[in-house]
Design a protein around this ligand. Sequence first.
Ligand code: BGC
Length: 442
Amino acid sequence: MDMIGFRIKPEMKLGVAVSATQIEGGDRNNSWYDWYRKGKIKDNSSPERANRHYELFREDTDLLKETLIQTYRFGIEWSRIEPKPGEFRQDVLNRYREEISLLTEAGILPLLTLHHFTNPLWFEEMGGFENPDSVPIFLRFTEKVVSSFGDLVSEYITVNEPNVYSVGGFFFGNWPPGKKSFRSVLKVYRHLTECHVKAYELIHNIRKNKGYHDTKVGFAHHMRVFEPKIPNNPLHRLYANCSEYLFQDVICKAFMTGVCEFPLKKPKDIKPGKYYDFIGLNYYSRSTVSRFGDGVKGNVPVNDLGWEIYPQGILECAKKLYNQYSAPVYITENGTCDNEDKFRSRFIYEHLKVLCESNLPVHRYYHWCFLDNFEWLEGESARFGIVHVDFETQKRTVKKSGYFYREIIRNGGVSEEMARECLNEEYKINDPKEKIIGGAWS
Ligand code: BGC
């Protein structure tokens, strides 16, 4: 019998990931609050509530310690820090500084995300990343953040999932700002590429000038496996290849190397180069496609949102990136919607196992998510956390999967006994007819 237990790679740190808008609450000055106000959230919940983490960050940091989390990927809310163009709030910066200090004092390594889907309203109103002025404005914000926290934070993600952000907001139009134009997607891709490449250089320079030489900068790339519904159907293959190319490959290459291939236009004053210190991968699922959209095969395990659970895919995507870019791999997100925590431990086990048994240099694994939170269009109804949150009372309770994850960290691996136990968890199986669930790839 195969060994069912496994060891965590010696170079690998285990963490959790969160984003500002999804957990903080208390802010109305951003594009997702506006989206809620327009009635777009399925369960009508508002990001103004979320986890009230902006106030409860001390307790939440205690919970991170209790669960033995080694590294924490988190975001900061741009609209809070810069509520009006060029006006920065020192009290807000101080509040984030206090949180980051608590993390570092506890020995938890911070990984800071600068942009995770949400814009200040004033920025959105000037056309957001469609407007070429977005680039200097984003860099001004980056400079403020890195000069404020650069002594405490050495690792940065510039932009989270530029593809999901652009396609949801500018192609499918179900995310803010609700546009449906391929030309707009291309503009946004171009300006985001410029933001990333220049922020990469800026962050390195700011920290180098202060005498720090351990800076690591990258972006979090959303990848899924695209599979043709009927493998030898030429049209299905075309859709799978085009989806992979347009949604994943082109934007990844532009961010990583500054090289913009068709249909992207080359951004101004960007030279080809190496604009990453790690490969950041967010992986959730596989799509089976017969057109543009998101399909799920029949008879496969699925989560509570109907997304296929396909653990092998995390390795397929990581390998593809590694073969092309050859750098330490950070799994910047991986997780699942499991409202009753019935199969999350097994999900964690299976995804970690394929990574740990591979020969890839995987240096980080961030489970998405720490707390159940505001899950964008799904609102509070889709639970991804290893910690349960009662949104009414804001009570946090570590789930069974949270304890399972803590045991993995404590033991540096999964024992045969732990493995056997989590393998008793059962996934739901999709109905036998393949269905297209459509919408953005997220
Ligand atoms: C995003 C997260 C989101 C998660 C689950 C990722 O695409 O970065 O913000 O909550 O997927 O949908």
